[in-house]
Design a protein around this ligand. Structure first.
Ligand code: IPD
Length: 289
């Protein structure tokens, strides 16, 4: 069986590998512990490098050449794209959602949780996802209706099918880029609650796309983030997790699939049972975006 989105999947994979070459080039040019890409601060602790904009330019050009009618949303804003305010739903057409370097802070520090994330959605639903980490050479791929689920370097993977509660959960939780008091307090209170409930293991990676790929391949049991940066962080990973047997819910609502919206969002992904328990223990977030 082939996915109805096979052509988009093949393009996403080749684009991701090209993006990886560029990322490696910036990284290996450096004789220092930090890589050679010039760094700017977008806001607060949110960084962007010339490598991010370079990768996004190349990726969007290749997609435009292959599918000239499609729209593209890229984190670094290199192209014309559908625009919306925080929380607005996406338009229903064919839209590619690209994060050229997810984990930019990690990239700047040569910390190897870094990935390019290429998602494709149609009718507001993510249909194809490719996440590629060029430093570990791990390529995760999935396309709706393919019949083969999620693949890691060509081999099928599944979510952690064992974890059912926080006590047997390896949780990855990113705290994102907000640094104001209420946000920091709420984020750390949540960590306290999980730890007091006997959480097996707590990790924070600095890459949302990488986290979703790790959930899809069962390398972590669950990923929670209240305040991820934007739809490009999660679009591809949603497909990876769902095709691997998991759920991707909006962490602000019980049992609701994460919807593709502009701006920051809130996610909890993993096997259904462990997601329910992680959300139960965390309680509802109060901060709104
Ligand atoms: C960020 C990373 C980080 C997550 C933030 C994202 P960027 O993306 O995925 O792990 O916590 O919410 O914005 O800025 O590195 O592309």
């Amino acid at each position: 069986m082939q996915s109805p989105y096979q052509a988009e999947l093949e393009l996403a994979k080749s684009v991701a590998r090209k993006a990886g070459e560029i990322m490696r080039m910036y990284s290996s040019n450096s004789g220092r512990s930090n890589n050679s890409a010039a760094v700017c601060v977008k806001s607060g602790v949110d960084l962007v490098t010339e490598a991010d904009t370079h990768v996004e330019r190349v990726v969007t050009q290749i997609i435009k050449n292959a599918f000239p009618e499609d729209d593209i949303v890229g984190e670094e804003d290199q192209v014309e794209y559908p625009k919306g305010k925080q929380g607005d739903p996406f338009p229903a057409g064919r839209i590619w959602c690209v994060d050229p370097i997810d984990g930019t802070t990690n990239f700047v520090h040569n910390y190897p949780f870094v990935a390019v994330s290429i998602g494709f959605m149609n009718g507001c639903i993510p249909r194809v996802g490719v996440v590629y980490n060029p430093f570990t050479d791990c390529l995760y791929e999935a396309a709706e209706g393919s019949g083969v689920g999620t693949l890691l370097n060509g081999k099928p993977v599944r979510i952690d099918g064992v974890a059912a509660s926080v006590e047997d959960c390896l949780l990855v939780n990113n705290i994102g880029h907000c640094r104001y008091d209420d946000f920091v307090d709420e984020s750390t209170d949540r960590v306290n609650k999980w730890l007091r409930a006997g959480l097996r293991g707590y990790r924070s990676s600095g890459s949302a796309a990488q986290n979703l790929a790790h959930v899809a391949s069962g390398q972590v049991s669950c990923y929670y983030e209240h305040g991820y940066g934007g739809p490009w962080d999660v679009c591809a990973g949603i497909v990876l997790v769902k095709e691997a047997g998991g759920v991707v819910w909006d962490a602000r609502e019980d049992g609701t699939d994460l919807r593709m919206r502009f701006g920051k969002g809130s996610v909890c992904a993993g096997g259904k049972k462990v997601v329910e328990d992680v959300l139960r223990v965390a309680g509802k977030p109060k901060i709104t975006f």
